[in-house]
Design a binder for this molecule. Structure first.
Ligand code: ATP
Length: 314
């Protein structure tokens, strides 16, 4: 059973390109979102037991999130509904250069009210793998709940995956780099983007960064490269896959779907090459749908998507 802990939020997205939020824009949403939420939903869609620890408001957005996660097969016993606190939210707008502007309302929302009570502990106790998202380490309280889960799972011989999922400005927040490095030392499977890989290490290039991370005791590093595909590296193996050609509608959530599919395949004993091939397909499928979590897919859908690609390529 895989566990994700962190922000369960709704997201409202701009429908056209633009700069910032100062000019009038058409919006679409709310969509279910939050990096760990998208991740755990994709794990469940693949039929791997999945639990979410988080918090939403006792409002309609909270209800939307609870219903969607439960419907996709995520265990939501650890998802609290908080009275008198609004469900967390985010606004996203795409710039013409491909960058994104985000406005988050998480810190002062229900999403920040995750506590290590008896219910949370009992959900943690049923899980054998914890996935950490850098975006969820936004308060000392979140860091301590996630650390407790890592300690508990590790004590029972379980494993940890970690996606730093960090915007650059996040690394400059006081304490954030230390929190990220602390979790890195406890990670089995690390899933950064190419940029995050070098930003988090002292190394000048990717090869140096990989060597540094594997020396820390990480078993494998999986690098996400957007439309250019992805790579897998451990001490013996290096595998690269090119990106699949797709019509990109919305890039948000691709990394979370990719990570979830890699982790689910890795935990169910597939070889790294297969994990990477399916994760690459999962990320590519995610960008073809509007909405952060609307591109999650079942194994049958992923295999069918890959089969279509093979026919097109031949
Ligand atoms: P995000 O933070 O938006 O979730 P990320 O930076 O963590 O994204 P990406 O590298 O953008 O992750 O995407 C993850 C994976 O999804 C890529 O490594 C690739 O396999 C697939 N992918 C992403 N974008 C595309 C695309 N335009 N075409 C094909 N595959 C893509």
């Amino acid at each position: 059973r895989v566990l994700a802990i962190g922000e369960v939020i709704v997201e409202i997205m701009a429908t056209s390109l633009g700069r910032g939020f100062s000019e009038p824009i058409a919006l679409v949403g709310p969509f279910p979102s939050g990096a760990p939420t998208i991740f755990i939903d994709q794990v469940a869609r693949l039929g791997v037991p999945a639990s979410m620890v988080g918090a939403v408001g006792n409002d309609d957005f909270g209800l939307l999130l609870r219903e969607r996660l439960a419907c996709d097969g995520v265990d939501i016993v650890g998802l609290r509904s908080i009275q008198h606190a609004a469900t967390g939210s985010a606004f996203v707008r795409y710039r013409p250069d491909g960058d994104r502007d985000f406005v988050f309302n998480i810190h002062d929302s229900a999403a920040a009210r995750v506590v290590l009570d008896e219910k949370t502990r009992s959900v943690i106790a049923q899980c054998h793998h914890v996935h950490i998202m850098g975006s969820s380490l936004f308060s000392p309280q979140m860091v301590s709940v996630i650390q407790a889960a890592v300690d508990d799972v590790k004590k029972r011989g379980g494993s940890v995956s970690f996606d730093p999922n960090g915007r650059k400005e996040m690394l400059d927040k006081p304490g954030m780099r230390d929190a990220l490095m602390g979790f890195l030392a406890q990670t089995d499977l690390f899933l950064p983007s190419g940029e995050e890989l070098t930003a988090l290490t002292q190394a000048q290039d990717e090869a140096g960064a990989l060597a540094e991370l594997l020396d820390l005791g990480i078993s494998a590093v999986v690098i996400k490269r957007g439309g250019a595909g992805a790579s897998y590296c451990d001490r013996q193996t290096r595998i690269d896959v090119p990106g699949l050609k797709v019509n990109e509608i919305d890039p948000t959530g691709a990394g979370d779907c990719f990570g979830a599919t890699f982790v689910a395949c890795w935990l169910t004993g597939r070889i790294p090459e297969e994990c990477l091939r399916l994760a690459n397909a999962s990320g590519a499928m995610a960008v073809t749908r509007r909405g952060p979590m609307e591109g999650t897919a079942s194994m049958v859908e992923l295999e069918a998507f890959l089969a279509t690609r093979m026919i097109e390529m031949n």
